[in-house]
Ligand binder design. Structure first.
Ligand code: 9MR
Length: 552
């Protein structure tokens, strides 16, 4: 028999749920009572409990027992001890019960977006040892030959997408939409504290809006004069593990596009930006709305323009289903009709009814399936109560499905197949639960979301905290060019890696996955782009989930 204690490697909030798993491989028929104890470093403590038998986990072939110490609330640093039939004792790594772990992670995961900034200097006062000079200015770049277009374009700024140096509107759009949704619920009182002058000055919301504005300014530059929006900016060939400055010296960058998806992503994100920024930066907000309207009109006139198929130096984000993006853009624009003199509310509403029919709420949110942004827009507006009711019901049904799937799963998650970016999917499930919780509060929603966070922070089959810099087990070798080219040993902190991905598209790079079963398809190696890359669309729902949970 082999035994493992699976727990959140960073910690648990004093008032929140506290669960850990005891995973046994092999024949368990001889096991009788399993006791556990929570004790601090000097061995005093403590909390005593009995493990309950949970289920057999198919994707790891483990028998899973669960320990629940939710009613132990004393802040401190602890370990879990499990006693097997009064004989063998297993001990976990230490973890905290602390009020501020969520706030600390909130600061760190948000700051990772700052580290992803392209084209500007990251100064030592804010970036610390990860400071770097401005490179990839992207203010004078040529169009890809497939575009048949002379001249140059200014596509300065914005976040790098992931471990590569591409900047993509499609994935940028869902990341912006997710973070804007977090901003809609972030109270001015919420502080993200990172022991860091970066955050100490303002509220989480103020820092978040500043970071979002950096990306949105880049978005605005990506809009062509006819209203359509370019798809991506990327190096001509895939870079090796070089720094932005070396990449700049090695090769040129190019701009590609436009597509219906990029244009509608832009429209959805910028309409929501209008909503969020109206109070703080009214003229910027007005500019966002105008740009969103022009983009939407372009998409209506060009409803099926495919994505650029060139992937020699960048990812595809290929998607030829436009319905869900139309729904997203229209719903976000519809919400703004209350404050806009130019938008046609009844025309949009008529089309929205069809969109709603064609795009039922989805179990999750991804760059490919964006309809939930449409549902979120309708659920959060307060003037069309009929549509609000339908939208809320749709999202509540999805939340119910997520709860049911998680209850059936040994590790308490709702994914049924580990795909590329499974951590992003898990965070998006948690976010759906927390959004529904804003109008239909229930402890089952928040508890389930907190347990999904536990999975991301260590309570998983590979015993890894999936966020850089957060715990002893955090990734040391993420597939992230900046982290491997800056001469600093630790990777840039606050980045969540894609996580378990049983499609293992990187086998030709010879990664050392720890097992054949689906639950073991993760490895902390630089070559493993399929399991160990970071990306903004996975970090965004993580920031959002942390912001909701930190405010409970
Ligand atoms: O997240 C994307 C995943 O859903 C796709 O299956 C995969 C392959 O097309 O691409 C992922 O996105 C990558 C993008 O194409 C380029 N930048 C890095 C992204 C994360 O790996």
């Amino acid at each position: 028999m082999n035994f493992e204690i699976r727990h959140n490697h960073v910690g648990y909030a004093p008032q929140g749920p506290k669960h850990f798993l005891f995973a046994v491989t092999g024949d368990v028929s001889s096991l009788r009572e399993l006791h556990f104890e929570i004790r601090d470093g000097v061995g005093s403590g403590g909390y005593f409990g009995i493990l309950t038998s949970k289920s057999f986990c198919e994707y790891t072939a483990e028998t899973i027992y669960e320990g629940d110490f939710s009613d132990f609330r004393q802040p401190g640093t602890y370990k879990i001890y499990v006693e097997i039939d009064g004989l063998l004792k297993m001990e976990s790594h230490s973890f905290e019960i602390a009020e501020n772990w969520l706030h600390r992670e909130l600061a760190s995961t948000l700051k990772s977006f700052y580290y992803q900034r392209s084209g500007v200097e990251l100064t030592p006062d804010r970036a610390g040892k990860w400071a770097r000079p401005a490179s990839h200015l992207d203010d004078h770049i040529a169009f890809h030959p497939s575009m048949n277009r002379e001249g140059f374009w200014n596509a300065h700024g914005g976040w790098y997408d992931a471990g590569d140096y591409g900047k993509y509107i499609v994935n940028g759009g869902v990341s912006v939409g997710t973070l804007l949704t977090a901003a809609e619920f972030a109270s001015d009182k919420l502080k993200a504290s990172g022991n860091d002058s970066f955050f100490d000055a303002g509220s989480f919301r103020a820092n978040l809006l500043e970071e979002l504005r950096f990306e949105l300014e880049f978005f605005l530059r990506m809009q062509d004069t006819d209203g359509g929006v370019f798809f991506k900016v990327s190096p001509i060939r895939w870079d090796g593990f070089v720094s932005p400055a070396q990449s700049d010296a090695n090769q040129k960058r190019q701009i590609l596009g436009k597509s219906t998806t990029s244009t509608l992503n832009f429209a959805g994100a910028l309409a929501q930006a209008h909503h969020v920024f109206a109070r703080v930066y009214p003229s910027f907000a007005a500019q966002c709305l105008k740009a969103a309207e022009r983009a939407y009109q372009w998409a209506v006139a060009n409803p099926d323009v495919t994505y650029p198929h060139n992937t020699e130096g960048s990812g595809g984000y290929g998607d030829e289903h436009y319905d869900d993006e139309f729904f997203w853009a229209r719903a976000m624009l519809y919400r703004e009709t209350q404050t806009s003199a130019t938008l046609d509310a009844s025309g949009l509403r008529k089309q929205l009814l069809k969109d709603m029919e064609a795009n039922p709420a989805f179990l999750g949110l991804s760059w490919r399936d964006t309809q939930n942004f449409g549902w979120i827009a309708l659920a959060l507006q307060n003037f069309d109560m009929d549509l609000q009711k339908i939208a809320r019901q749709n999202l509540e049904n999805i939340a119910k499905q997520i709860l049911e799937l998680s209850a059936e799963d040994a590790y308490g998650i709702a994914v049924r197949k580990f795909v590329w970016g499974s951590n992003g999917e898990i965070a998006n499930h948690a976010l759906t639960l927390l959004l529904v919780n804003t109008w239909a509060p229930s402890a089952s929603l928040t508890n389930c979301a907190a347990q999904m966070l536990d999975f991301i922070y260590g309570k998983n089959p590979v015993n890894k905290c999936f966020v850089t810099g957060a715990a002893w087990s955090s990734p040391k070798f993420p597939h992230h060019r900046m982290s491997h080219s800056d001469g600093i040993e630790e990777p840039i902190p606050g980045l969540v890696v894609g996580g378990i991905n049983n499609d293992r598209q990187d086998m030709h790079r010879f990664p050392h996955y720890p097992g054949e079963l689906p639950g073991f398809a993760y490895t902390d190696e630089r070559c493993s782009f399929a399991s160990n890359e970071t990306a903004i669309n996975w970090n965004a729902p993580l920031v959002a989930v942390l912001s909701f949970l930190a405010q409970l």
